[in-house]
Write a protein that binds this ligand. Structure first.
Ligand code: NAD
Length: 257
């Protein structure tokens, strides 16, 4: 049981059905927040996350939200409103966690315009418009937490468009902090290194050499787990982090030291 520091708060977590988003949703739920677990296609997995939070005496609901196309942010908030009577008075929200994201492996030569558009649509456009269209609901003193990547600050030519999306997200975060600071709203990015989730399963899991290499990249000598990221998000969401804004918080276990 967490310390329930977020009792009475309402949190939206995109991509909350698996991986890092699932760990964030569970942790915020344990801390007492009512969690909207947004999912794209995996409704059953989102319902499992909701059930897990409820078993911890928390409050949560699953929210269908495919992201990346024009109008998707409006649809997300429309779906959110459908829960307003039960969970969110007036459709208010205290914590927005933009976690949903996709990676696309493509170097400069092989990157297609469609591939570029897709990764920017999900990783950049969706967070922009979720925040823009959520602003009137976001309470003063609220929190915006964007899940970025260490790749924003590394030269990784094989995933250069992905890295560029996270760089754009970090710049968005910086501007949000400035614009929304007068309302006591903080905006921060969390930038994970290699985390053991489905996106890395194909090359990492069951491959001891790859795991040893990935572990060696972190000063702390292991591969990151979703909970390592979720705990940082929980701190940023809490009142203890009220004086931290406009920052990119490293969640790499000390990569590149
Ligand atoms: P994941 O693939 O397990 O989860 C991604 C989530 O985003 C899923 O819930 C998925 O449904 C959702 N999503 C993807 N496309 C979507 C769309 N079009 N509409 C709505 N939802 C969509 O990956 P993860 O590792 O948990 O990644 C979560 C976040 O962390 C991403 O933003 C990712 O870029 C970032 N990140 C991950 C790592 C890592 O090593 N795993 C490292 C750095 C940053």
């Amino acid at each position: 049981m967490g310390t329930r520091t977020l009792e009475g708060k309402i949190a939206l977590v995109t991509g909350g059905s698996r991986g890092i988003g699932r760990a964030i949703a569970r942790r915020l739920g344990r801390d007492g927040a009512t969690v909207a677990v947004a999912y794209a296609r995996d409704e059953a997995a989102a319902n499992e996350v909701v059930e897990g939070i409820r078993k911890d005496d928390g409050r949560a609901f699953a929210l269908h939200a495919e992201l990346g196309r024009h109008g998707d942010a409006a649809s997300l908030w429309g779906a959110f409103d459908a829960y307003a009577d039960d969970y969110t008075p007036g459709g208010a929200v205290d914590i927005i966690v933009n976690n949903a994201g996709i990676g696309r492996s493509a170097d400069l030569a092989s990157l297609t315009e469609d591939g570029f558009d897709e990764v920017f649509a999900v990783n950049v456009r969706a967070p922009f418009f979720i925040v823009q269209q959520g602003l009137k609901r976001l309470c003063d003193g609220g929190r915006i937490i964007n899940i970025s990547s260490g790749a924003a600050r590394l030269a990784l030519p094989e995933i250069m468009a992905y890295g560029a999306t996270k760089g754009a997200l970090d710049t968005f975060t910086l501007n949000l902090a400035k614009e929304l600071g007068p309302r006591g709203i903080t905006a921060n990015s969390v930038a994970p290194g290699i985390i053991d989730t489905d996106v890395n399963a194909s090359w990492l899991r069951g491959n001891p050499d790859a795991e040893a290499h990935a572990a060696s990249l972190a000063a702390l000598g292991r591969v990151g787990q979703p909970e390592d990221v979720a705990d940082i998000v929980a701190f940023l969401a809490s009142d203890d982090a009220r004086w931290v804004t406009g920052r990119v918080i490293d969640a790499t276990g000390g990569s590149g030291l």
